[in-house]
Design a protein around this ligand. Structure first.
Ligand code: HEC
Length: 135
């Protein structure tokens, strides 16, 4: 990677992190969700703005497009240039694997080039609920 690409990448990571922190759809009036709560696709859609610094539903960008991702084999969008690690992972994106991925991509797939993670289990569930609807 040349410097410009690295700088763009870091800038997008920071943008995504700040979007996740500040444009959260969890208004002060929303009580903290219990750990077992189900994902809410409407909140997931708002949270997806953070992903959009690198992804979109229908176009490849820094990351691969997401339409149909739930249920698909990892690293399988034909015209996107994945890391060798993700391509060779043998994973498929069921909800459990997506949850592990969003918690810490490098822990699930060492060598991946996605470094963005989400600590909050409810936010992960909401994002997955939203992605599930993007068939
Ligand atoms: C800073 C950029 C960046 C951000 C922000 C980001 N991603 Fe990624 N994502 C990537 C890259 C790069 C890859 C490709 C990883 C590889 O090839 O190892 C990827 C891959 C993925 C994949 C695997 C898709 C496939 O086709 O196998 C999923 C799922 C995913 N991202 C979900 C998300 C979600 C959901 C968010 C928001 C919460 C998000 N990403 C935020 C850069 C990012």
């Amino acid at each position: 990677m040349n410097r410009l690409i690295i700088r763009t990448f870091v800038a997008r990571m920071l943008l995504a992190a700040s979007l996740l922190a500040w444009s959260s759809p969890y208004a002060q009036t929303t009580p903290a969700a219990p750990e077992s709560a189900k994902g809410d696709p409407t909140r997931g859609k708002a949270l997806y703005q953070a992903c959009e610094s690198c992804h979109s539903i229908d176009d490849n960008d820094i990351g691969p497009k997401h339409r149909g991702v739930v249920g698909r084999r990892a690293g399988s969008v034909p015209d996107y240039n994945y890391s060798a690690a993700l391509k060779a992972s043998g994973l498929s994106w069921d909800e459990a694997n997506l949850d592990r991925w969003l918690s810490n991509p490098s822990a699930l797939v060492p060598g991946t080039k996605m470094f963005f993670k989400i600590d909050d289990a409810q936010k992960r569930a909401d994002l997955i609920a939203y992605l599930k609807e993007q068939k």
